[in-house]
Design a protein around this ligand. Structure first.
Ligand code: BGC
Length: 487
């Protein structure tokens, strides 16, 4: 592994004298999400969501026991934050709407919170005044709490509520927002947070809940797409799709057919489960067959993976105008003994022993590594597997664990990943049209609390004013957006 990595890095270093220029139509952006930056968790009529509740009631789930009650306080500091965005010279800003800030009860009724609407209107209008395009995610994990006891995304009832919420957002903001992302990273929602967030108790229906969640999320996405397509597109003329996180899976031994097969199978369980029904048709065959086989061995009368009806497949297939990709991880898989049939688990369904190479170039955090070729490989894989869609890289960024302003490691990371992106565009002819740096500023990093820092801007979380300071990478990113080259 190590030697492969060294060869790849040398190749990259010496194979290009002059860095490529990004095409003129290419866009650069920066991203955040509502819960991670807004704070103001219980003011101005906002309702509670599953992360408010989990961080308060189950703080052991969060590495440093923290929460995002205040976090960057962007609810009050949004104007200053737009100045930071402006300073970067980016074309767009990707942020998310907090469902519970607009509909405090979660249900889409006439109980709508005007303060929430005003907040997002101010952001959208100010961005546009500065020529920065708003790219809006409807769901970045902060499900209104009301749906939690119902089983969150494992309950199909959520589909309808999400669709009604989406319709309302198009009505309220779609005259100005032209880029919509329905759902951020369904794999995290379904496979990592198991459809909600909370303790995974011994009786949690593993190997079932993940698939119910995936089934409902894919349908919810499709419903929101159809609402946009039918009721709004002809007037608002925007684009809508989903954002999926894409890990690159490597076979431990590239000359072992079984390892190679398992790498592809794990791509299909991680990515294809969500993307295939939308960009192709139905779940990937390998996922359908594998879950059916395991379910049969375990004595289930039917597969644990629900089936789409013929009508559903047709309704879901093609519901995208582009594909959003977040990329952070690389994993290795090797063939392993099949575990006993006593236990159901998506991790067993996807097969193989999974691990990371400790020799990979590190970041400040254990699970995040610097492997730019993985991004390029993911992009090529998407082109091949899904008929060359238009791709927005909606997130990519470097994880630090320190309070640092001279973040040369982040610059090194962005340089390499941007290089991988431009190589994919020019040499592999992948249709990538945008790159989004995660993140605008240090923020609440979910179960890692404030231990992980992805920001271009440093935030002082001990200062009541939450002062922001540009890191060295701000200057680097500004040069990229200005020159459209990596230097
Ligand atoms: C999420 C972000 C998160 C980032 C870094 C992505 O999975 O969309 O909200 O902060 O990764 O972990």
């Amino acid at each position: 592994m190590m030697s492969k990595w060294i060869i790849a890095s040398f190749y990259q270093l010496f194979s290009q004298a002059e860095p490529y220029k990004f095409p003129d139509h290419f866009k650069f952006g920066v991203a955040t999400s509502a819960y991670q930056i807004e704070g103001a968790w219980n003011v101005d009529g906002k309702g509670f969501h599953i992360w408010d509740m989990a961080t308060h009631n189950q703080s052991h789930l969060i590495l440093d026991g923290s929460n995002a009650d205040i976090t960057c306080n962007s609810y009050y500091k949004w104007e200053e934050d737009i100045d930071l965005i402006k300073n970067l010279g980016v074309d767009f800003y990707r942020f998310s709407i907090s469902w519970a800030r607009i509909f405090p009860d979660g249900y889409v009724t006439n109980k709508i919170n005007q303060a929430g609407i005003d907040y997002y209107n101010k952001i959208i209008n100010t961005l546009l005044e500065h020529n920065i395009e708003p790219v809006v995610t409807l769901y970045h994990w902060d499900l209104p709490q009301i749906f939690s006891p119902l089983g969150a995304w494992t309950n199909p009832a959520v589909i309808e509520h999400f669709a009604s919420y989406a319709r309302k957002m198009f009505q309220l903001f779609g005259d100005r927002v032209k880029m919509w992302i329905t759902i951020n990273e369904p794999r995290l929602v379904c496979q990592v947070f198991k459809g909600s967030i909370g303790d995974i108790t011994p009786d949690f229906p593993l190997g079932i809940a993940e698939y119910l969640c995936a089934h409902n999320i894919v349908k919810a996405h499709a419903e929101a797409y159809h609402i946009y397509d039918k009721e709004f597109r002809h007037i608002q003329k925007g684009k809508i799709s989903i954002t999926v996180d894409m890990t690159w899976w490597l076979p431990e031994n590239a000359s072992s057919k079984e390892d190679v097969r398992l790498a592809e199978q794990n791509m299909q369980f991680d990515i294809g489960l969500y993307v295939n029904p939308i960009l192709n048709y139905d779940y990937p065959k390998v996922v359908i067959d594998r879950v059916a086989e395991r379910s049969r061995l375990e004595g289930f009368p039917e597969s644990r993976l629900p089936k789409f009806s013929y009508q559903e497949k047709n309704r879901i297939s093609g519901t995208y105008d582009f594909l959003g990709i977040n990329h952070y991880f690389t994993m290795i898989v090797k063939a392993s003994q099949e575990p006993p049939v006593s236990k159901s688990d998506i991790d067993i369904d996807s097969q193989g022993e999974k691990f990371r190479d400790p020799n990979w170039e590190p970041t400040g955090l254990e699970i995040f590594k610097v492997l730019p070729e993985s991004l390029r490989n993911v992009l090529k894989w998407v082109k091949k597997t899904y008929h060359d869609p238009e791709i927005y890289i909606t997130e990519n960024g470097y994880a630090d664990n320190r309070e640092i302003i001279d973040d040369d490691e982040r610059i090194n990371y962005f340089r390499k990943y941007l290089n991988a992106t431009v190589n994919a565009i020019i040499e592999d002819k992948v249709n990538v049209v945008a790159y989004t740096a995660w993140s605008l500023m240090d923020n609440f990093e979910w179960i890692l609390g404030y231990e992980a820092k992805f920001g271009l801007y440093h935030v002082n979380f001990t200062d009541p004013n939450r002062s922001r300071t540009p890191k060295k990478s701000v200057e680097f990113f500004k040069r990229v957006t200005k020159t459209r080259t990596i230097n």
